[in-house]
Design a protein around this ligand. Structure first.
Ligand SMILES: [Zn+2]
Length: 224
Protein backbone atom coordinates (compact mmCIF):
# COMPACT_ATOMS: atom_id res chain seq x y z
CA UNK A 1 0.00 0.00 0.00
CA UNK A 2 1.32 3.41 -0.93
CA UNK A 3 1.26 5.97 1.88
CA UNK A 4 -1.93 8.03 1.86
CA UNK A 5 -1.14 11.67 1.00
CA UNK A 6 2.14 10.36 -0.40
CA UNK A 7 2.41 13.38 -2.71
CA UNK A 8 2.29 15.86 0.16
CA UNK A 9 5.73 17.48 0.74
CA UNK A 10 5.59 16.95 4.52
CA UNK A 11 4.74 13.28 4.13
CA UNK A 12 7.47 12.87 1.54
CA UNK A 13 10.07 14.53 3.75
CA UNK A 14 9.09 12.48 6.79
CA UNK A 15 9.19 9.21 4.87
CA UNK A 16 12.49 10.01 3.20
CA UNK A 17 14.10 10.63 6.60
CA UNK A 18 12.44 7.51 8.03
CA UNK A 19 13.72 5.36 5.18
CA UNK A 20 17.34 6.32 5.95
CA UNK A 21 16.95 5.35 9.60
CA UNK A 22 15.19 2.11 8.61
CA UNK A 23 18.14 1.17 6.41
CA UNK A 24 20.19 1.27 9.63
CA UNK A 25 17.63 -0.58 11.73
CA UNK A 26 18.87 -1.81 15.11
CA UNK A 27 18.83 -5.58 15.76
CA UNK A 28 16.61 -4.83 18.80
CA UNK A 29 14.02 -3.20 16.53
CA UNK A 30 13.89 -6.26 14.29
CA UNK A 31 13.52 -8.58 17.27
CA UNK A 32 10.83 -6.41 18.84
CA UNK A 33 8.90 -6.21 15.59
CA UNK A 34 8.87 -10.00 15.42
CA UNK A 35 7.76 -10.16 19.05
CA UNK A 36 5.02 -7.61 18.38
CA UNK A 37 3.78 -9.53 15.33
CA UNK A 38 3.62 -12.70 17.45
CA UNK A 39 1.64 -10.79 20.04
CA UNK A 40 -0.85 -9.57 17.41
CA UNK A 41 -1.29 -13.12 16.08
CA UNK A 42 -2.07 -14.33 19.60
CA UNK A 43 -4.67 -11.56 20.01
CA UNK A 44 -6.21 -12.46 16.64
CA UNK A 45 -6.48 -16.08 17.74
CA UNK A 46 -8.76 -14.98 20.55
CA UNK A 47 -11.22 -13.81 17.89
CA UNK A 48 -10.48 -10.08 17.94
CA UNK A 49 -9.88 -8.25 14.68
CA UNK A 50 -7.08 -5.80 15.35
CA UNK A 51 -4.28 -4.05 13.51
CA UNK A 52 -1.66 -1.56 14.61
CA UNK A 53 0.43 1.28 13.34
CA UNK A 54 3.78 1.73 15.02
CA UNK A 55 5.10 5.17 15.82
CA UNK A 56 8.30 6.47 17.37
CA UNK A 57 11.43 4.37 17.57
CA UNK A 58 9.77 1.24 16.16
CA UNK A 59 8.61 3.21 13.13
CA UNK A 60 12.16 4.50 12.60
CA UNK A 61 13.77 1.14 13.34
CA UNK A 62 15.81 2.69 16.17
CA UNK A 63 14.33 0.86 19.11
CA UNK A 64 16.55 -0.26 21.98
CA UNK A 65 15.93 -2.75 24.79
CA UNK A 66 14.54 0.06 26.98
CA UNK A 67 12.28 1.75 24.43
CA UNK A 68 8.52 1.83 24.75
CA UNK A 69 6.51 0.60 21.79
CA UNK A 70 4.18 3.43 20.77
CA UNK A 71 1.14 2.14 18.91
CA UNK A 72 -2.13 3.17 17.31
CA UNK A 73 -4.75 0.48 17.78
CA UNK A 74 -7.29 -0.26 15.03
CA UNK A 75 -10.32 -2.16 16.22
CA UNK A 76 -13.90 -2.87 15.21
CA UNK A 77 -16.40 -1.68 17.81
CA UNK A 78 -20.13 -1.35 17.17
CA UNK A 79 -20.89 0.15 20.56
CA UNK A 80 -19.04 3.42 20.06
CA UNK A 81 -18.33 5.91 17.32
CA UNK A 82 -14.97 7.59 17.87
CA UNK A 83 -14.82 7.31 21.65
CA UNK A 84 -13.12 3.94 22.12
CA UNK A 85 -10.65 4.26 24.97
CA UNK A 86 -9.35 1.88 27.58
CA UNK A 87 -11.59 3.36 30.29
CA UNK A 88 -14.92 3.03 28.40
CA UNK A 89 -14.51 0.40 25.68
CA UNK A 90 -14.46 -3.30 26.59
CA UNK A 91 -12.48 -4.20 23.45
CA UNK A 92 -9.70 -1.66 24.07
CA UNK A 93 -9.65 -2.68 27.72
CA UNK A 94 -9.24 -6.33 26.77
CA UNK A 95 -6.42 -5.61 24.34
CA UNK A 96 -4.65 -3.38 26.85
CA UNK A 97 -4.83 -6.26 29.32
CA UNK A 98 -3.37 -8.60 26.69
CA UNK A 99 -0.47 -6.14 26.34
CA UNK A 100 0.33 -6.66 30.00
CA UNK A 101 -0.28 -10.40 30.15
CA UNK A 102 1.15 -11.80 26.94
CA UNK A 103 3.72 -9.34 25.69
CA UNK A 104 7.22 -8.82 26.96
CA UNK A 105 7.21 -5.36 25.41
CA UNK A 106 6.20 -2.14 27.13
CA UNK A 107 3.38 -1.09 24.84
CA UNK A 108 2.07 2.45 24.97
CA UNK A 109 -1.34 3.12 23.40
CA UNK A 110 -1.27 6.49 21.61
CA UNK A 111 -4.65 6.41 19.85
CA UNK A 112 -7.55 4.09 18.98
CA UNK A 113 -9.25 4.13 15.58
CA UNK A 114 -12.60 2.38 15.36
CA UNK A 115 -12.73 0.97 11.84
CA UNK A 116 -16.52 0.45 12.07
CA UNK A 117 -17.04 4.18 12.51
CA UNK A 118 -14.34 5.08 10.01
CA UNK A 119 -16.21 2.94 7.47
CA UNK A 120 -19.39 4.91 8.10
CA UNK A 121 -17.57 8.25 7.68
CA UNK A 122 -15.97 7.10 4.42
CA UNK A 123 -19.32 5.85 3.18
CA UNK A 124 -21.06 9.15 3.94
CA UNK A 125 -18.08 11.29 2.89
CA UNK A 126 -17.88 12.83 6.36
CA UNK A 127 -14.45 14.42 6.92
CA UNK A 128 -14.33 13.81 10.64
CA UNK A 129 -11.25 13.75 12.85
CA UNK A 130 -11.09 9.95 12.68
CA UNK A 131 -10.57 10.14 8.88
CA UNK A 132 -7.77 12.70 9.25
CA UNK A 133 -6.06 10.65 11.97
CA UNK A 134 -6.33 7.49 9.88
CA UNK A 135 -4.84 9.32 6.87
CA UNK A 136 -2.02 10.74 9.03
CA UNK A 137 -1.01 7.38 10.51
CA UNK A 138 -1.41 5.64 7.15
CA UNK A 139 0.85 8.25 5.57
CA UNK A 140 3.83 7.82 7.88
CA UNK A 141 3.61 4.71 10.08
CA UNK A 142 4.61 1.07 9.98
CA UNK A 143 1.66 -1.30 10.10
CA UNK A 144 1.20 -4.68 11.69
CA UNK A 145 -1.61 -6.76 10.17
CA UNK A 146 -2.09 -4.34 7.27
CA UNK A 147 -4.57 -6.74 5.70
CA UNK A 148 -7.30 -5.47 8.01
CA UNK A 149 -6.57 -1.85 7.04
CA UNK A 150 -6.30 -2.32 3.30
CA UNK A 151 -10.00 -1.89 2.31
CA UNK A 152 -10.27 1.40 4.27
CA UNK A 153 -6.88 2.59 3.05
CA UNK A 154 -7.82 1.88 -0.56
CA UNK A 155 -11.25 3.45 -0.25
CA UNK A 156 -9.76 6.70 1.08
CA UNK A 157 -6.97 6.60 -1.53
CA UNK A 158 -9.68 6.55 -4.21
CA UNK A 159 -11.45 9.60 -2.76
CA UNK A 160 -9.62 12.80 -3.76
CA UNK A 161 -12.43 14.87 -2.26
CA UNK A 162 -11.97 13.33 1.18
CA UNK A 163 -8.17 13.48 1.01
CA UNK A 164 -8.29 17.14 0.06
CA UNK A 165 -10.75 18.02 2.80
CA UNK A 166 -8.66 16.48 5.60
CA UNK A 167 -5.31 17.91 4.40
CA UNK A 168 -5.37 20.98 6.70
CA UNK A 169 -5.96 18.77 9.74
CA UNK A 170 -3.16 16.41 8.74
CA UNK A 171 -0.86 19.43 8.33
CA UNK A 172 -1.78 20.58 11.81
CA UNK A 173 -0.82 17.14 13.17
CA UNK A 174 2.62 17.59 11.60
CA UNK A 175 2.82 21.07 13.04
CA UNK A 176 2.04 19.78 16.52
CA UNK A 177 4.48 16.91 16.13
CA UNK A 178 7.44 18.96 14.93
CA UNK A 179 6.92 21.49 17.74
CA UNK A 180 6.86 18.85 20.44
CA UNK A 181 10.07 18.60 22.40
CA UNK A 182 9.67 14.81 22.65
CA UNK A 183 9.68 14.47 18.87
CA UNK A 184 12.74 16.72 18.58
CA UNK A 185 14.48 14.73 21.28
CA UNK A 186 13.62 11.47 19.52
CA UNK A 187 15.56 12.55 16.44
CA UNK A 188 18.60 13.39 18.57
CA UNK A 189 18.31 9.97 20.20
CA UNK A 190 18.02 8.16 16.86
CA UNK A 191 21.07 10.03 15.51
CA UNK A 192 23.06 9.15 18.65
CA UNK A 193 22.03 5.49 18.37
CA UNK A 194 23.18 5.39 14.75
CA UNK A 195 26.47 7.08 15.75
CA UNK A 196 26.98 4.65 18.65
CA UNK A 197 26.99 1.82 16.12
CA UNK A 198 29.65 3.62 14.06
CA UNK A 199 27.12 4.26 11.32
CA UNK A 200 26.14 7.54 9.78
CA UNK A 201 23.06 9.31 8.45
CA UNK A 202 24.14 11.32 5.37
CA UNK A 203 24.58 15.08 5.93
CA UNK A 204 21.91 15.77 3.29
CA UNK A 205 19.39 13.78 5.36
CA UNK A 206 20.50 15.49 8.58
CA UNK A 207 19.74 18.75 6.78
CA UNK A 208 16.30 17.40 5.85
CA UNK A 209 15.66 16.52 9.51
CA UNK A 210 16.47 20.11 10.45
CA UNK A 211 14.18 21.47 7.72
CA UNK A 212 11.44 19.05 8.74
CA UNK A 213 11.64 20.09 12.41
CA UNK A 214 11.64 23.79 11.50
CA UNK A 215 9.36 23.73 8.50
CA UNK A 216 6.73 26.05 10.01
CA UNK A 217 9.36 28.82 10.37
CA UNK A 218 9.57 29.01 6.60
CA UNK A 219 5.83 29.57 6.22
CA UNK A 220 4.51 33.08 5.58
CA UNK A 221 3.16 34.78 8.75
CA UNK A 222 -0.44 34.03 9.56
CA UNK A 223 -2.52 37.22 9.27
CA UNK A 224 -5.85 35.64 10.12
ZN1 LIG B 1 -15.53 0.87 21.63
Amino acid sequence: MKPLLGDHPLVQRFNQIKLHFRLLETPESKMRLKEFRRFVRRVQETGLFVAFDLLGSMNFGQSTANSDVDVVLYLICHKHKDECEERNCAIVHRIAQEFGVTSLLRIHLIDCVNLAYLDLCLEKLQSESIVARFAFYRSICRSVNARLLRPFHMQLARSPFMLESIKPEVESFFNELTRSSTHNLSFSKYLTRVGDRDLKIPISIQQKIYEYLHYDESLPPDHS
